[in-house]
Design a protein around this ligand. Structure first.
Ligand code: FCB
Length: 451
C-alpha cells in the first residue's frame, strides 16, 4: 500500500498496490506518421483520410512523426518516470497486404522501438489492433469475412514470434465495440457501409479473432501476459422512456466482447441477434484464458431512443448539472469507480486501466506554457476514484493516461488534443503541459512512498 493522500494537489493513492504500474498509451495510426514509408501498406483509416472524411480534412500522414522521433518520445517517457508504455503495431506496416509477405523494414521499426524502451527501463505493452485494418483485407470483406479471424491470428503469430523474446504484455484488440459499432452500426466510419447483418458478423469474427490470437501469442511468446482492451462506460437513459435503449446500448457498448471472451456467452439481450453467426465450437474458440482485463474509460454515456438509427438508440441529452470536458464528454469520477467495481465483480480478472484522459483544445499562453488545469483536475478525480475502487475491493494493477502526446484523434483530426505533451504540428516540437509535470509528480510520489 502506498499513501500519498494530502500531498498538495495529488490524488489519494493510499489503497494502491506497491507494484502498481503507471503508464501512458498511444496507438500507431494516431502518432506514427510515415504512412508511405519503408513499404507500409495502406489501412482503412488512410483511405478515410484520403476521402477527406476527417475534420479539417486532416490526415495522419505525418501525425506526430513518432516513426522518426521515437527516441525523443521515449526521453519524454523517461522524464515522466513511467514504468510502462502501451503502443500498437500497425498491421499494414508489418504485413502490407494484411497477410502473406512480411515487410522487414516495418518489423525493424518495432525492434528499434522495443529495444529503446527496454534500454530506458520502460516495459513495452503491445496492442495488436488499434483500428488500422489493412485496406487489402477490407477489400476482401474485412471483419465481415470469417476468414479475417485467421488472418488476424497469423498476424498475431508473426508479431509474437518476432518480439516475444522482449515483449511480455500483449493485448489483442483495443475497444472492439467502438470500431464495430461505429464502423457498421452507426455507419460512416472507416469500415465501410452500415448494416445490422454486417455489424453482427463483424462482432462475431472479431471475437473469434481474439480467441485465435490469444492462442497464437501463447504459442509463439510463451510466458507472456495477455488480455484485451475494452471500453466500459455506464450507459444511462437520458429520460425514463429511454430505459430499454440504454439497456441495449449497454449490451453492445460494454458487453458484446467481454461476455463471450471471459464468460463464454453473448449478453442475453443480444443472443438471438448473434445466433445466426455462431458455428458449433465457436464460443469455446472465443473464450480462451486471458490474464487481465484492459479497461478504457472516459465518462458515462447518456442514451436516447432513436428510431432513425439502425441500432434503435443514439446519444441523448446529458443531465444539465453534469460537468463536461471541452469536447463535451461528461465528467463523473464516481461513475468510473462504479464501473471498476462492476467490471471487477463481473469478470473476476485483474484490471489495468489502459486509457483515461481529457480531450480539449489546448493552446500555449503568451509565455509558451500549456496550462491545462482542467486535465489535472480530471485526472486527479479519476485516479482518486480508482483508489476508492481498490479500497472497496477491486483488483486494479495499473493506470495508463491517454495520451503521451497530442495526436490524430480519428474523425476529429489534429484539432482535439488529449496529450500530456503538446505537439506544435507545423514544427512537431514537443512541449510538456502542466499535466505532464503533475503526472510525473504523482508517479514519483507513489514510488517514493513505497519504492
Ligand atoms: C479511445 C480510443 C483512442 C482515443 C481515445 C480518446 O476510444 O481508443 O484511440 O481516440 O478514445
Amino acid at each position: 500500500m502506498v499513501s500519498g493522500d494530502g500531498a498538495a494537489g495529488l490524488p489519494p493513492i493510499a489503497a494502491l498496490r506497491r507494484d502498481f504500474i503507471w503508464g501512458v498509451s498511444t496507438s500507431a495510426f494516431q502518432i506514427e506518421g510515415a504512412t508511405h514509408e519503408d513499404g507500409r501498406g495502406l489501412s482503412i483509416w488512410d483511405m478515410r483520410c484520403q476521402r477527406g472524411e476527417i475534420s479539417n480534412r486532416d490526415t495522419a500522414d505525418i501525425a506526430c512523426d513518432h516513426y522518426h522521433r521515437y527516441p525523443e518520445d521515449i526521453a519524454l517517457m523517461q522524464q515522466l518516470g513511467l514504468q510502462a508504455y502501451r503502443f500498437s503495431v500497425a498491421w499494414p506496416r508489418v504485413l502490407p497486404q494484411g497477410r502473406g509477405a512480411a515487410n522487414e523494414a516495418g518489423l525493424a521499426f518495432y525492434d528499434r522501438l522495443i529495444d529503446a524502451l527496454l534500454a530506458a527501463g520502460i516495459e513495452p505493452w503491445l496492442c495488436l489492433y488499434h483500428w488500422d485494418l489493412p485496406q487489402a483485407l477490407e477489400d476482401l470483406g474485412g471483419w465481415t469475412a470469417r476468414d479475417c479471424a485467421g488472418w488476424f491470428a497469423d498476424y498475431a503469430a508473426l508479431v509474437a514470434s518476432r518480439y516475444g523474446d522482449r515483449v511480455k504484455r500483449f493485448a489483442t484488440f483495443n475497444e472492439p465495440s467502438i470500431f464495430t459499432l461505429f464502423g457498421y452500426g452507426f455507419g460512416g466510419a472507416a469500415e465501410g457501409a452500415a448494416g445490422m447483418d454486417k455489424m453482427h458478423r463483424a462482432i462475431h469474427h472479431v471475437n473469434l479473432a481474439h480467441g485465435a490470437a490469444v492462442d497464437a501469442v501463447r504459442h509463439h511468446a510463451p510466458g507472456s501476459s495477455i488480455g484485451a482492451i475494452h471500453n466500459y462506460q455506464a450507459c444511462l437513459p437520458s429520460t425514463p422512456a429511454d430505459t430499454q435503449a440504454a439497456a441495449i446500448c449497454d449490451a453492445y457498448w460494454n458487453r458484446v466482447f467481454p461476455d463471450p471472451q471471459c464468460l463464454g456467452s453473448y449478453p442475453p439481450l443480444l443472443q438471438a441477434a448473434m445466433e445466426p453467426y455462431i458455428q458449433p465450437g465457436d464460443l469455446e474458440r472465443i473464450k480462451r484464458p486471458v490474464d487481465w482485463f484492459g479497461l478504457n474509460h472516459y465518462g458515462p454515456k447518456y442514451v436516447g431512443t432513436d428510431a432513425n438509427s439502425l441500432l434503435g438508440f443514439g446519444f441523448g441529452a446529458n443531465p444539465p448539472e453534469l460537468p463536461l470536458t471541452p469536447i463535451g464528454w461528461p465528467i463523473d469520477a464516481n461513475s468510473f469507480r462504479d464501473v471498476l467495481l462492476t467490471v471487477a465483480k463481473t469478470y473476476a480478472l485483474p484490471i489495468y486501466v489502459l486509457e483515461n484522459g481529457l480531450g480539449g483544445f489546448d493552446k500555449p499562453d503568451e509565455t509558451g506554457a500549456i496550462v491545462d488545469d482542467n486535465r489535472i483536475d480530471y485526472l486527479r478525480s479519476y485516479i482518486g476514484a480508482l483508489n476508492a475502487a481498490v479500497a472497496a475491493g477491486a483488483d486494479i494493477r495499473g493506470y495508463f493516461v491517454w495520451s503521451l502526446l497530442d495526436n490524430f484523434e480519428w474523425d476529429s483530426g489534429l484539432g482535439v488534443r488529449f496529450g500530456l505533451t503538446y505537439i506544435d504540428y507545423p514544427t512537431l516540437k514537443r512541449t510538456p503541459k502542466s499535466s505532464f509535470h503533475w503526472y510525473k509528480n504523482v508517479i514519483e510520489t507513489a514510488r517514493k512512498i513505497r519504492p
